[in-house]
Design a protein around this ligand. Structure first.
Ligand SMILES: *Cc1c(COP(=O)(O)O)cnc(C)c1O
Length: 396
């Protein structure tokens, strides 16, 4: 068989096998929204525990109104790429808002978070440079590093001695870029930013931090990882997405003006791909305002995280080092994660299993996300379901 056809057949048969055993939970279609509850095709109403909408901003009236007004004013699309005819007033306003929110001189918005990492990393470093990543960085960072053709070096997860070793090994004349996630997307733990920043400065490396899961979540007012640690100017290139806490689509880099000017003229995904549509841009801008206007959302999220994490621990679950809205419930073998997911889904909890290669062998898990939309009763119900599932499957 042609190797391409073989590859396609292998995935097809794996998907069909999981569907046959009723262990297939991907691509489920949501038919209606109601806060933390969603109506799922073929399953009815479920309690959502897999959302990235950490502050429950999906459906916020101010954000929806901004999106609708943007369509009335600027319609559904743009005249092409930003650098030529595609920029509208709303793009400039969004970028100013992001820069103000992140405390930088300027910002640039891209058409997705994935594309932001791909475009930014591959624009900043190239042949002869070294890019140093935490081993658990997101796939979009890894892909950007590979695309850049810089020497790609990884250090042990959140291990500062290993990071320093890698920095010391880099050729002194090489351009050095360190990249880390603020909150790791599978484990929910937080990077040791003070030490990463100190080491990056010591070895003359630029530091880029991906805030996909920390924007709106970390820091007393949700401004992210620097606020969480009480640091300023610790990060040179602050990356985030507009598709998680911010209920829109797109990604951004916030940095000094010169870096942003550079990216706006060099980043290929900015120069050669169309501008974000007006409604998405207006929704994103309004969302940053809502985060600042409604601090009670972050307070609710933090209460829920504490309640959920302590409830799982009290029931004997391993939640790794998580202290955020992403909570791994470690199951061990793949089979246990599939069975836990099936039990929870049958009991009306929308939660998904994560298995290798997304996580290391033997650490297959449920990846549960808490949001500000959950009530205390919602979390208690989920804890009860997970407890019964864990006992039935032999995880606790
Ligand atoms: C989701 C995510 C991205 C990609 O963002 P999108 O807006 O979904 O393309 C990048 N980095 C991390 C850590 C993420 O979790």
């Amino acid at each position: 068989m042609n190797p391409i056809a073989k590859r396609i057949a292998a995935i097809t048969s794996r998907v069909q096998q999981l569907q046959k055993e009723d262990f297939y939970f991907y691509l489920q279609s949501i038919e209606a929204l109601n806060g933390a509850r969603v109506t799922v095709k073929g399953r009815g109403e479920m309690l959502m525990f897999a959302s990235y909408s950490y502050l429950d901003l999906i459906g916020h009236p101010k954000i929806d109104a901004a999106a609708k007004a943007a369509i009335d004013e600027f319609s559904s699309g743009t005249h092409g790429v930003r650098i030529l005819a595609g920029t509208i007033r709303l793009h400039d306003e969004l970028e100013e808002k992001i820069a103000a929110f992140k405390g930088t001189e300027a910002a640039i918005a891209f058409s997705s978070g994935y594309v932001t990492n791909l475009a930014t990393v591959s624009s900043l470093v190239g042949r002869g440079d070294v890019v140093i990543c935490d081993k658990l960085n997101h796939a979009s960072i890894v892909d950007g590093c590979l695309m850049s053709r810089a020497k790609f070096v990884r250090f042990k997860h959140n291990d500062m001695a290993d990071l320093e070793k890698r920095l010391a090994q880099a050729r002194p004349e090489a351009g050095k870029l360190v990249i880390v996630d603020a909150v790791f997307s599978m484990d929910g733990d937080i990077i040791n930013l003070p030490d990463v920043s100190r080491l990056s400065k010591k070895y003359g490396a630029l530091l880029m931090v991906d805030e996909a899961h920390s924007l709106g979540v970390l820091g007393e007012t949700g401004h992210g990882i620097e606020e969480h640690f009480g640091l300023e100017n610790a990060v040179d290139i602050q990356m985030g997405t507009l598709s998680k806490t911010i209920p829109s689509v797109g990604g951004y880099i916030a940095a000094d003006q010169d870096t942003i000017t550079y990216l706006k003229h060099v980043a290929r995904a900015f120069v050669f791909s169309a501008a974000l549509p007006p409604a998405a841009v207006a929704a994103a801008k309004a969302s940053f305002e809502v985060i600042e206007e409604e601090p009670e959302r972050l307070a609710a999220l933090q209460r829920n995280i504490m309640h959920f994490l302590s409830g799982l621990k009290a029931r004997g679950f391993d939640t790794m080092q998580s202290e955020t809205a992403i909570v791994p419930i470690v199951c061990g073998e793949d089979e246990k994660a599939w069975r836990m997911a099936k039990f929870a889904q049958d009991e009306g909890i929308f939660v998904l299993p994560v298995v290798p290669p997304a996580v290391p062998d033997g650490t297959s898990r449920l990846r549960a996300n808490v949001t500000a939309a959950h009530s205390e009763e919602d979390i208690d119900y989920a804890l009860d379901v997970f407890e019964r599932a864990g006992q039935a499957v032999g995880v606790i």
